[in-house]
Design a protein around this ligand. Structure first.
Ligand code: SAH
Length: 249
């Protein structure tokens, strides 16, 4: 780690962590950002949202403040969703924690994310698996998220613009699939893009008041079985597209 500081002992010290440096850009964070993030993670552990050490490590590393607008910096490490443009929001950290825990990601996994948004959940996943495919409806968000992935040096992430409600057939099958937007019903065709034993997480239900649904695929001799379980309420923006709600944009 490189520490950059002025001669004034009262000036805030800026830590430039190696994790966030590459040749083209340097992602800056203050020690206050780091402390606030650790505080948020400790609270998520105390509240029972974070348990798996790999998920905890990912949460400690990914700088949520880098994904939110300057106007919302002071709330970057609060357990709240925040606007990210295009009428969309970055999810509450506790919701990202719940979903990531349920997904049970392993280092050798290929993961599909539907709803890149600002890319925060994408970055959490990128630190835990082999490759993340992420698809986003709004091209403005695609561009911003791609920029963040470059700055944070996640070369194993591919972000495309499109209708993720249909999955990503050309890159299927996936070990894990996560929807970060609320679907009216389980997007069934996408469940078939899982490997045998694969897990899919999707918020399902009426607008802004869904239930977190986990689906595990298991292939029998001449049959495909989907085990469906329910994991509490949540509040997501709309999944639009063919297997989602009607889009107005
Ligand atoms: N995980 C994101 C959450 C973003 S909100 C984050 O951390 O920021 C959900 C996102 O899903 C929005 O950006 C929205 O544009 C996107 N979305 C909705 N329907 C979609 C679809 N059919 N295909 C791809 N993205 C979609």
């Amino acid at each position: 780690m490189q520490v950059v500081g002025g001669s004034n002992p009262l000036a805030p010290t800026i830590f430039l962590s190696e994790t966030f440096m590459n040749h083209d850009s340097i992602f800056k964070e203050t020690i206050r950002d780091r402390l606030n993030r650790d505080k948020m993670v400790d609270q998520l552990i105390r509240d029972g949202f974070l348990k798996n050490p790999a998920v905890i490590q990912a949460f400690r590393r990914v700088p949520r403040h880098g994904f939110v607008d300057a106007a919302f910096q002071s709330r970057a490490y609060s357990d709240t969703h925040l606007p990210i443009g295009c009428d969309q929001t970055i999810s509450k950290p506790s919701t990202v924690a719940r979903m990531t825990e349920l997904l049970m990601v392993c280092p050798d996994h290929r993961v599909l994310e539907i709803g890149t948004g600002c890319g925060y959940q994408t970055a959490i996943l990128a630190g835990m698996c082999r490759k993340v495919y992420s698809v986003e409806w709004h091209s403005q968000l695609v561009n911003a998220a791609r920029k963040m992935m470059t700055q944070l040096e996640y070369p194993t992430v591919r972000i495309d613009q499109g209708d993720g409600s249909q999955g990503w057939p050309s890159a299927a099958p996936f070990d894990r699939i996560i929807f970060t937007a609320g679907a009216p019903t389980i997007p069934e065709p996408v469940c078939y893009q899982l490997v045998d034993g694969g897990i899919l997480i999707v918020p399902v239900g009426p607008r802004r008041q869904q239930e977190l649904v986990r689906i595990i695929r298991s292939d029998a001799e001449n049959d495909v079985i989907f085990d469906v379980s329910y994991h509490g309420s949540c509040e997501f923006v709309d999944l639009v597209g063919k297997n989602g709600w009607m889009s107005t944009t």
